[in-house]
Design a protein around this ligand. Sequence first.
Ligand code: ZN
Length: 192
Amino acid sequence: MKIVKFGDPILRTKGKRIETITPEVKQLAAEMLETMKQANGIGLAAQQIGKALQLCVVDLSMVEDGELAGRLWIDGALVDLKTHMPLTLINPELTPVGKLRETALEGCLSFPEIFGDVSRVAHVKVAAKDLEGNPVAFEADGLLARAIQHEHDHLHGILFIDRMNAATKASLASACKKLKKQTESEGRSMDC
Ligand code: ZN
């Protein structure tokens, strides 16, 4: 599937909650996993493939550095992160754990070649549904916590540039403007 780029209004659209997990939702999730893999991404939200739904996927199994990848707790017990990848999250809700924040360089598949520092909560609690409709609850830190916050933002029409400080945002402004223009011109040509 084609990944939607910055400038497309769908990226600013809040996703609708998924009440019933239909075969179409399962198919969409499978296609999102494949698209993310093809693009070498660690996360993808439904908005990025043109659907405003509360559905995202995250996969950190390719991250070699375990310390960087972060930790995953289920029912309070630390579990092996890699065996739980990829994650498909439906209607995810996040709660920060503690006040610690971390700043790190982030990218986004909807912003090719654009990277900037983003400050995020270091440790989050996640409540969501899986593809079987079962409730899932876990805690994450490290890159996993960051990736989930980035995807959760997408589901609410929030982009990583919104989370950057003024100086970082200013340094990326012309690149973002160029990308937006390009996306908009592609949109127009598609309408013809
Ligand atoms: Zn993104």
